[in-house]
Ligand binder design. Structure first.
Ligand SMILES: Cc1cc2nc3c(=O)[nH]c(=O)nc-3n(C[C@H](O)[C@H](O)[C@H](O)COP(=O)(O)O)c2cc1C
Length: 216
């Protein structure tokens, strides 16, 4: 796949096939991800790849915790600059429509779904030793694109981070590492309406300022 095609084609996958992902394929994804840029080449990332019973246990424990604490649905407190809150409200409406088509509420589909790791066969937890987590987004973004290139689907999951203590406990992540990102990974279910959705983007003229290009 061409690089630009992989970047444009990646999207969040919220329904997965019940099909294991070979370790070698995940190693290929991580092999590409390790080339992500990092400040002063710190490479402050550690990766825990989880599948099988431990992955199911993690999802089950996260769902139990979410049911006790009832976290908010995405976009419910949409604030900030008007264009940002407009996008959040739009995503909330789109995800609500998908939830309805699945016979679920937004809370069940996205909130519980996120804690359930969307039933993905693999979850990847990216942590960082020390206080600085600045290298994590580059690593994870590279990983999502590489996974897509290899025919895998992913969803970056912010919700489970609120129960990092539980993730640390279940996966035995060392105390000196901070958990920075959780990513569901697996083969996309091509028949699920959840995966038919493509979130929109602003046009270039909405967010780019060209300087020195219009000199007559
Ligand atoms: C830091 C971060 C946290 C996210 N957390 C969640 C989440 O908990 N649940 C979820 O379904 N999607 C989550 N997403 C996915 C975003 O909703 C998604 O990236 C955004 O709507 C753009 O859509 P796309 O990824 O399909 O292009 C998260 C994305 C990022 C970058």
């Amino acid at each position: 796949m061409e690089t630009l095609e992989a970047i444009r084609g990646r999207k969040s996958i919220r329904a997965y096939l019940d099909k294991p992902v070979p370790k070698e394929i995940i190693a290929q994804v991580l092999e590409a991800s390790r080339w992500a840029p990092s400040g002063v080449n710190r490479q402050q990332w550690r990766v825990t790849v989880v599948t099988g019973e431990r992955c199911k246990t993690l999802a089950k424990r996260l769902v139990e915790r979410a049911r006790e604490r009832e976290p908010n649905t995405p976009g419910s407190g949409a604030g900030g600059p008007p264009d940002v809150s407009r996008r959040m409200v739009a995503l909330r409406a789109d995800l609500t429509r998908i939830a309805q088509s699945l016979g679920q509420s937004l809370w069940e589909f996205v909130v519980l779904g996120s804690y359930r790791l969307y039933d993905a066969p693999v979850v990847v937890v990216v942590s960082h030793p020390g206080r600085r987590g600045g290298d994590i987004p580059q690593f994870v973004t590279t990983m999502l694109v590489a996974a897509h290139d290899l025919g895998l689907g992913t969803c970056w999951l912010g919700y489970p981070l609120s129960y990092s203590d539980l993730i640390r406990q279940v996966l035995e992540i060392p105390d000196e590492e901070q958990i920075g990102a959780v990513v569901a990974l697996g083969y996309p279910d091509p028949d699920s309406p959840a995966n038919a959705y493509r979130s929109p983007r602003d046009e270039l003229e909405d967010f780019v300022r060209w300087v020195g290009y219009d000199q007559d």
